[in-house]
Design a protein around this ligand. Structure first.
Ligand code: GLN
Length: 482
């Protein structure tokens, strides 16, 4: 059976085929039966969800004019604030923190009548690619329980893939929506930087972070983007005229892709570590694009191989500043019986942060420190300019670029936990997009990879071309699913 789209769910609610209470109860029961093995949800406030669902049903019964999406539950990554709910970023340091306000994206979901549906697991503070850095429990991949779901939005991807939630919101700083989407076989979109407000998203690397949807198909991502996007005065990096019109862009999809130029960045296909099964599956996707009439163009991103290195300078530098606020004084955990203020800081942070987060804070502090700032941070910023120029030049010759989302299919739990560098390489193809500010998505390829596991196809587009990107992805999805 194919999973219902958000539009189908909305229709069923509208015709009275199902009520919001029935829909959310069915999902909650599914969580009860499946999530013990998967571990996608950190918290599910059943009473609260049932109350919202009941309110939606009452609004409908009273004949009020409703948003199309009223009563549909959406899972929320644990770094996106929902008023009066825990927001821990899967970190011990924020285990007891309850948000006093809604993130703008949550406010917008609620204005559309949607229901924030549980807190989904992640790598602590979104630092990781496997969900194994969660301060609480790892999440397992619903397609194969001994494998990781990817990260950091692993709980979001797993919840959608296991049909415990119709869709989810995640965040992507270097690949954290696209890579778990690829590993779990769902669609994930990293929108253009500045189109989605970051207000209420706990900051990891502010110049890279962007919230986006994880869904069963391209159309559902379009629906969520249109709901959550748009200018927000509460986020100084929010773009004017940033509201998307992705659902419009998916209307009247053509049956072919004639006239569309798809760039194949050669460096991405020459990189070491690209598994043969993933390469073959991507080649099949390229052939399918050709059959649809798209023109393949060879392009070059000459500096692409430096993207991971530059990212781990810039992202850690920003993280070291952003995470300074978790000091045992203002939020969450405070060490017991401190001797003095230094003791509060040292022990609260020492006990509250996990290994990877400490590694990043140390790295970030180092690259910003006097004497090293120019050698590392400044050079990484210069490299960032070069990535942008590479992308600009490549996009002069094509509408979108195509690559694998990740070099491998989902790996086994524990496989990379002792080797941070190997873990970092799960994002070699996704990171550059964040550094350039453009948009990208991952959708499952028609041909699976090793052991029948999903492979993610990454499509990338210039800033503000989210609509065009989704239109091409939607056309491809429709043609290859048929
Ligand atoms: N895996 C990358 C990291 O660990 C990206 C994470 C993200 O996008 N939040 O930083």
């Amino acid at each position: 059976m194919t999973k219902p789209t958000l539009a189908e769910l909305a229709k069923n609610l509208d015709t009275g085929h199902v009520s919001s209470v029935e829909l959310s109860s069915a999902l909650l029961d599914k969580i009860d039966s499946l999530d013990g093995d998967i571990g996608a949800f950190l918290r599910v406030d059943r009473a609260n969800i049932e109350r919202y669902a009941k309110e939606s049903d009452e609004r409908r019964a009273a004949g009020k004019t409703l948003s199309t999406w009223d009563g549909i539950p959406i899972a929320i990554k644990d770094n996106i604030a929902v008023k009066n709910q825990h927001c821990s970023c899967a970190s011990k340091i924020l285990e007891s923190f309850i948000s006093p306000y809604n993130a703008t994206v949550v406010e917008r979901l609620k204005n559309a009548g949607m229901i924030p549906f549980g807190r989904v697991n992640m790598d602590e503070f979104a630092m990781g690619s496997s969900c194994e850095n969660s301060g609480f429990n790892p999440t397992r991949n619903p397609r194969s329980l001994d494998r990781v779901p990817g990260g950091s939005s692993g709980g979001a991807a797993a919840a959608v893939a296991a049909e415990m939630a119709p869709a989810a919101l995640g965040s992507d700083t270097g690949g954290s929506i696209r890579q778990p989407a690829a590993f779990c076989g769902v669609v994930g979109v990293k929108p253009t930087y500045g189109r989605i407000s970051r207000f209420g998203l706990v900051a990891f690397a502010s110049s890279l972070d962007q919230i986006g949807p994880l869904t069963n198909n391209v159309e559902d991502s379009a629906v969520l983007l249109d709901i959550i996007s748009g200018h927000d005065p509460k986020d100084s990096t929010s773009l004017k005229n940033s509201a998307t019109s992705c659902a419009n862009a998916l209307e009247d999809l053509p049956s072919d892709l004639k006239g569309i130029r798809i760039g194949i960045p050669k460096e991405y296909f020459e990189m070491e570590g690209l598994d043969a099964d993933v390469g073959a599956s991507i080649q099949d996707a390229i052939d399918a694009f050709k059959r649809l009439g798209a023109e393949m163009v060879d392009v070059s991103l000459p500096h692409a191989r430096y993207a991971v290195a530059a990212y781990y300078v810039i992202a850690t530098a920003e993280a070291s500043a952003n995470l300074a606020r978790f000091d045992g004084v203002r939020y969450g955990l405070r060490a017991a019986n401190p001797e003095d203020i230094m003791d509060v800081y040292l022990r609260s942070r020492g006990e509250g942060f996990g290994e990877e987060v400490k590694r990043r804070i140390l790295l970030g502090t180092f690259v910003l420190s006097s004497g090293y700032h120019d050698a590392y941070y400044l050079r990484a910023q210069k490299a960032r300019t070069l990535f942008r120029q590479d992308f600009d030049t490549a996009f002069e010759r094509c509408d979108i670029m195509l690559s694998p989302t990740s070099p491998t299919v989902a790996f086994k739990l524990g496989d990379r936990t002792d080797d941070p560098l190997k873990m970092y390489l799960a994002d070699v193809f996704t990171i550059a997009v964040n550094l350039t500010g453009g948009c990208a998505l991952s959708l499952p390829t028609p041909t699976p990879g090793a052991d029948g596991l999903p492979v993610g196809l990454q499509l990338m587009a210039p800033p503000m071309q989210d609509e065009a990107l989704l239109r091409i992805a939607g056309t491809f999805e429709m043609a290859t699913n048929a």
